[in-house]
Design a binder for this molecule. Sequence first.
Ligand SMILES: Cc1cc2nc3c(=O)[nH]c(=O)nc-3n(C[C@H](O)[C@H](O)[C@H](O)COP(=O)(O)O)c2cc1C
Length: 187
Amino acid sequence: MAFLGQHTRRLVGLGGSMRDQSRSRAGLRTALEMAQTRGFEVELLDVRELNLPIYVPYLPIEQYPADAQANIRRLMDTVRRADAMVWASPTYHGAVSGIFKNTVDYFEYLGDDMLPYLHGIPVGLMACNDPVTNASMVMMVAELKGWPAPTQITLGRVHFDEQLNLIDERIKRKMGQMMDELWEFKK
Ligand SMILES: Cc1cc2nc3c(=O)[nH]c(=O)nc-3n(C[C@H](O)[C@H](O)[C@H](O)COP(=O)(O)O)c2cc1C
């Protein structure tokens, strides 16, 4: 039954890598499945699928290549409608991957919104291989006025089977805890 003032809560996953066998994408998919069991509507923004050109500061969206504009707008619209996010990036040379950072750089187009950037939005963070990447994502989320969820996850090779199913029970429990934090966060 729908109650007055109740609205569907949307969780948006952002991340992945250019690899077919991406563990960050696999982890993100598992997180979105868990989010659905809490009641979230979910959407995946796969950075490989978005395939955005290098962000150009202050360039109007209409001046990006025609085939990129729809995905830039999809990114903006989807993030604007998010009540919560989960990010997942590989570690490349001690930080987030280039394509992940480039995709987040487009959030600059949300800077003039009434609620700018990720204002008031909780973000769960997952990094492949090295927790240092979670630390850099905490800074990114804070800079964008969002709220990093207290539970952060580092995904390693041993946590998945050959079909990229998440098999580590401790990581699954942590992921569930992160989903509970995102669900309970009040906007
Ligand atoms: C160019 C490159 C740089 C990397 N640098 C690091 C690193 O600094 N620290 C680390 O722990 N792993 C590093 N890795 C390993 C990746 O983080 C790891 O393979 C991760 O699973 C990749 O994410 P994906 O499975 O989503 O593609 C690197 C991998 C590549 C390809």
